[in-house]
Design a protein around this ligand. Structure first.
Ligand code: EPZ
Length: 431
């Protein structure tokens, strides 16, 4: 297993182009199952999770080709010849569960391995399944698989007990071919949901989805057999707001001057507000065509803050671990309270190996700063915890060996290239 060796402390400078959003692309790919026409997803990020989703689509019968000399991927799901997503694939990537809604909508049946838990929590899918049942699906659980069948899906009003991102997406995709109107109340509002809604309306020009960006989504279903299906759709997904937040925090914690492009700053306004409250000096350019964030040097030490994670537009749980690394360079006692997942502090023991002083009290972490971290061998445990170790290593004195880098490869495209271009001394070694 590869490891990353970072020689800190680092001072960064230059421009980093943020890749397309992993947490949007995975759903757009699942949605391709709904049309028999070819679709091109542009600037597909080269991530392990994307490779897994493409493998799953091919396993179901899709044709997948990367257009030569580009990262644009053409997907054709005309010849889907089976509706079962096997455990071997699903266990490596939970987002596979998002093929459930599309397969059910288009073929009236789907069988997907239960994704099981992961490092950060049990990750149940009860909200997904209850929503699909409300649309008329018959759901059975058997031998670790969830089987969904429906001769016809009928629109309904579905109130989510929690604004689950995945459940909102699965229900939204199934509702496209449901008869009549589906209203999802307490829907998730993450930008990736809007991206999926825009994509679906591009695939099916007669489809109307109302309430974009709000907690109430209304999907006016179309008739699968007669609706107009767009041909040669090409789609550029949104930039990855969590990757952007990660690089932003790397720049702020090292007091560097870096420009981040290729994403919408407004998608991480909760993050920029917290960093500015700490004393970061950010220039935020929300220009429609060339949005960017520039970090400028700040003169006074960063100040400690208290942050609670929350569904969008609150502070993203996916950026909580990385923020903790920034808090270690701030003066005072910071607190991070995690409200979304039950076990999302796996980075804490690893940060402590680097000299961090962090006390856990239930779902709250108390971080003492400032703390001069020392390089040390540390272990990746999950995607965002690993990102926190990278951010911390940039500020640590000496070498940090970050092991089990496959966790990072799931969600950060060309990480070492991007960081070394910014001036970080980093290399990947075969462990
Ligand atoms: C998506 O996961 C993201 N993954 C996660 O990013 C992100 O952390 C999460 O949304 C929250 O923003 C992808 O988009 C691929 P949820 P998802 O359903 O859809 C509970 C990363 O690092 N819940 O909003 O699984 C659940 O247990 C990943 O890129 C139920 O109880 O998140 C959790 O506590 C990690 N029942 C909470 O809701 C359900 O049926 C949020 O889950 C579904 C969820």
């Amino acid at each position: 297993m590869d490891k990353l060796v970072i020689d800190g402390p680092s001072s960064l400078s230059g421009v980093v182009e943020i890749s397309r959003a992993k947490n949007s692309v995975l759903k757009l790919l699942a949605a391709c199952l709904m049309t028999s026409e070819s679709v091109i997803i542009e600037a597909m990020p080269e991530l392990q999770d994307v490779k897994t989703m493409l493998k799953l689509l091919k396993h179901l019968g899709a044709e997948v080709t990367t257009l030569p000399g580009t990262q644009n991927v053409k997907i054709n799901c005309e010849k889907i010849n089976q509706w079962k997503a096997h455990y071997e694939l699903v266990k490596t990537m939970r987002a596979s569960i998002l093929v459930l809604g599309p397969l059910l909508g288009r073929f009236g049946q789907a069988e997907v391995s239960l994704p099981g838990g992961c490092a950060i929590g049990a990750r149940p899918i009860d909200i997904h399944l209850k929503g699909l049942e409300k649309l008329g699906a018959k759901i059975t659980l058997e031998a670790g698989y969830v089987r969904a069948e429906a001769s016809e899906l009928v629109g309904a009003t579905i109130v989510l007990p929690f604004p689950s991102v995945g459940a909102t997406e699965n229900i939204m995709m199934a509702a496209v071919f449901a008869k009549g109107k589906t209203v999802i109340e307490n829907a998730a509002k993450e930008p990736e949901i809007s991206d999926l809604g825009n994509f679906l309306m591009k695939l099916f020009p007669e489809l109307v989805i109302e309430g974009d960006g709000t907690s109430t989504l209304t999907i006016h279903g179309v008739d699968r057999k007669t609706t107009k299906v767009a041909q040669n759709v090409t789609y550029l997904p949104i930039g990855d707001r969590i990757e952007a937040a990660t690089y932003l925090m790397a720049a702020v914690t090292t007091n560097s001057e870096v420009t981040l492009t290729g994403f919408y700053p407004k998608h991480i306004s909760a993050v920029t507000h917290v960093l500015e409250e700490m004393g970061a000096n950010l220039e935020i350019i929300n220009d429609k065509d060339h949005p960017k964030i520039k970090t400028k040097k700040y003169l006074k030490p960063l100040k400690a803050v208290h942050v609670d994670t929350a569904p969008y537009p609150g502070f993203p749980t996916d950026a909580q671990a990385q923020l903790m690394a920034v808090m270690l360079s701030a003066t005072g006692t910071s607190v991070v309270t995690e409200h979304i997942f039950e076990n999302r502090f796996m980075h804490v023991p690893e940060l402590e190996r680097m000299g961090a002083k962090i006390t856990l009290k239930g779902n709250a972490a108390v971080i003492e700063g400032p703390c001069q971290l020392k390089g040390a061998p540390v272990m990746c445990t999950d995607l965002r915890a690993s990102a926190a170790l990278v951010v911390a290593a940039l500020n640590a004195e000496g070498k940090t060996d970050i092991q089990r880098v496959y966790h990072l490869d799931r969600g950060y495209e060309n990480l070492e290239e991007k960081l070394s271009q910014l001036g970080c001394v980093i290399k990947r070694e075969r462990a």
